[in-house]
Ligand binder design. Structure first.
Ligand code: B12
Ligand code: SF4
Ligand code: SF4
Length: 255
């Protein structure tokens, strides 16, 4: 009853896929304990948003990123509204979870581990299964789906796990990866992926800052017109600016 009410509410927002996971079924070994976020947390409502084919398939990565930004903004607004609906209707705590940022940039995780691992949450909520590219394949939208979630005290039973094998083992993702980041099964080489998918990220910011500091003041002026600086400036207000969507794009799995 509660699940169907929340599911319908989420669909009425803009979600393309909605699933529920009891925390007992959410298993992500390297992720933090969700009860550190919310002491009496009991379940996750996981929301899926399809990527637009026109954006993902564009040869212009700014256009792909624009489609992604639309998905992120929609998912953020929806997860806030779903959390508010749960608090209003059921008088228990609920909170939206980051789709990506903000991340804990300090400590051991160094920005690589989210507060909740959304692909593990999606699997626990029956929204799909991992493929060879280490992304979740949804039966309807294939790999072209991103996730957000709501953590709540409301006890909810997990949706049925998806046991189907959607990955066709065609190796297209491995061959298409420009960073060669998927050559080892079950593991994405994070540093290789990052270098290509986020060329204006933190590593480049550190490199640029070091170069700037080490340059004599009279030459610093020209460094402020360097294209890399201008890209870093833009990325600093976009957030994570992805410049590669290949593993999502080439995967044939899904409807
Ligand atoms: C940090 C991060 C990254 C990092 C590191 C990834 C990593 N190791 O987890 C980098 C920069 C490399 C990255 C890259 C990408 N990411 Co990313 N990323 C995240 C983020 C913010 C946190 C991930 C996290 O906490 N992982 C938890 C750790 C503990 O996971 P892990 O144990 O290391 O698990 C990894 C492997 O062990 C493996 N794995 C785990 N269990 C199993 C089980 C089986 C059977 C198999 C085969 C593999 C497998 O998959 C994981 C990924 O490598 C999430 C958002 C979120 N909050 O979840 C998005 C997220 C995972 N990213 C996403 C996407 C789409 C991408 C990119 C395509 C970039 C882009 N253009 O959007 C690439 C794809 C890279 C790839 N093919 O793996 C989506 C995935 C959607 C989906 N359909 O699955 C997420 C969920 C964002 C979202 N809101 O939807 N990402
Ligand atoms: S996002 Fe690009 S670089 Fe990263 S794993 Fe996928 S195809 Fe490779
Ligand atoms: S591209 Fe092929 S091998 Fe890679 S995840 Fe999709 S179906 Fe599996």
């Amino acid at each position: 009853m509660d699940k169907e009410n929340i599911r319908q509410f989420a669909y009425d927002c803009r979600a393309d896929a909605v699933g529920f996971a009891s925390l007992a079924d959410y298993k992500s070994e390297r992720s933090p304990d969700p009860t550190e976020i919310m002491k009496n947390a009991s379940s996750l409502v996981v929301l899926g948003y399809r990527e637009l084919d026109g954006s993902v398939e564009s040869r212009n990565v700014r256009i792909s990123m624009t489609g992604r930004m639309g998905g992120i903004e929609t998912s953020l607004k929806d997860s806030y509204l779903v959390a508010r609906h749960i608090e209003d209707k059921y008088k228990v705590k609920a909170t939206p979870i980051p789709y990506g940022a903000p991340l804990d940039m300090g400590g051991k995780s160094m920005g690589f581990i989210g507060d909740i691992s959304l692909h593990h949450a999606a699997v626990a909520a029956g929204l799909g299964v991992f493929g060879r590219h280490n992304l979740v394949i949804n039966p309807q939208y294939g790999t072209r789906i991103i996730f957000s979630a709501v953590l709540t005290e409301l006890p909810l039973v997990s949706d049925h796990p998806d046991k189907a094998a959607y990955c066709e083992n065609c190796d297209r993702c491995i061959k298409a990866c420009p960073a060669n980041a998927l050559s080892v099964e079950g593991k994405t080489d994070v540093m290789k992926c990052l270098a290509v998918s986020q060329p204006y990220g933190i590593a480049d910011m550190i490199r640029y800052t070091k170069k700037f500091i080490g340059t004599p003041p009279e030459e610093q002026k020209s460094l402020l017109r360097d294209p890399l600086f201008l890209h870093l400036y833009q990325a600093s207000f976009i957030g994570f600016q992805y410049c590669c969507f290949r593993c999502m794009m080439v995967c044939p799995a899904g409807e």
